[in-house]
Design a protein around this ligand. Structure first.
Ligand SMILES: O=C(O)CCC(=O)C(=O)O
Length: 267
């Protein structure tokens, strides 16, 4: 959790949404899926210009490559179930980093972001769009409320997390729109990836994409280019809450390879 900018800066995002956004939308939605490509681009440019530099300064050798607004409207279901964000770069050496921050005040009613601590260490694997079945699907409601502590961010603060972290939030019950910024970073020079689950063939297809892809792609559709890989997704065994707790404890004792100091790495 970092304090990175003056809260007044956030007014730019609210104004941007008021000018361009769909005022009749309901529930949870993100600008990444908007049909209005000019709006998508305007949001991305504002986030990259006004917000990404302060985060980049805190990261060593990472660059931003995509930026969206996350909206939870006053009406409609806006629960964000426990999930992991899609894989956007090869994570074997270094993971992607997400910066998430509120642009309108957060409290219990508006719904704090919640995280399953340490889950980036014990929930490896490629995450596709749409997502294939996750090993915590059977317990996702209980997981969100009982196992994932709320992260109480104020305006001006951001949460930086490993892009494999399981996270989510309860619905917005505040009666007001809840607006948040979301930026993704990857190691400088990394190739951006997109993994699409072709449900008809039951294959996850991997694509190397450029930055514009995230501004123009129609989500859940086949990307309009050749894939570099394809694999059949596994149907994972569903974990219980007790098993997830055990995994967390074990991961604290024995971090994954890339977490270890270089001289302690297993060859
Ligand atoms: O805004 C939130 O509470 C969560 C958003 C989120 O996790 C996402 O869009 O992936």
């Amino acid at each position: 959790m970092v304090s990175v900018w003056e809260p007044e800066l956030l007014d730019r995002l609210v104004a941007l949404h008021e000018r361009w956004g769909d005022q009749d939308a309901r529930g949870y939605h993100v600008t990444a899926t908007s049909d209005d490509l000019d709006y998508r681009r305007a949001v991305s440019e504002e986030l990259m210009r006004s917000f990404a530099p302060a985060i980049s300064e805190l990261l060593v050798d990472y660059e931003p490559y995509t930026a969206v607004l996350v909206l939870k409207e006053a009406d409609g279901d806006s629960t964000v179930y426990a999930h992991q964000d899609g894989t956007c770069n090869d994570e074997d050496e270094r993971p992607g980093v997400v910066a998430w921050f509120p642009a309108t005040p957060l409290d219990e009613q508006a719904g704090y972001l919640r995280g399953l601590w340490g889950s980036h260490r014990y929930m490896p694997g490629i995450r596709s769009t749409p997502p294939t079945v996750a090993p915590f699907e059977a317990v996702r409601d209980e997981l969100l409320v009982e196992e994932m502590p709320p992260i109480e961010l104020s305006l001006g603060q951001a949460l930086l997390f490993d892009s494999r972290l399981v996270h989510g939030s309860e619905p917005n019950r505040s009666g007001r729109r809840r607006l948040a910024g979301y930026l993704r970073f990857h190691p400088i020079g990394a190739t951006a990836r997109h993994y699409w689950w072709d449900t008809e063939a039951n294959l996850v297809r991997g694509y190397s994409v450029d930055r514009d892809f995230f501004l123009t792609h129609v989500w859940n559709r086949a990307p309009d280019q050749a894939s570099f890989t394809a694999f059949t997704p596994e149907r994972p065994e569903q974990l219980t809450i007790a098993e997830l707790r055990r995994l967390r404890r074990r991961s604290q004792l024995r971090p994954l390879r890339w977490d270890r100091p270089v001289d302690q790495r297993i060859p």
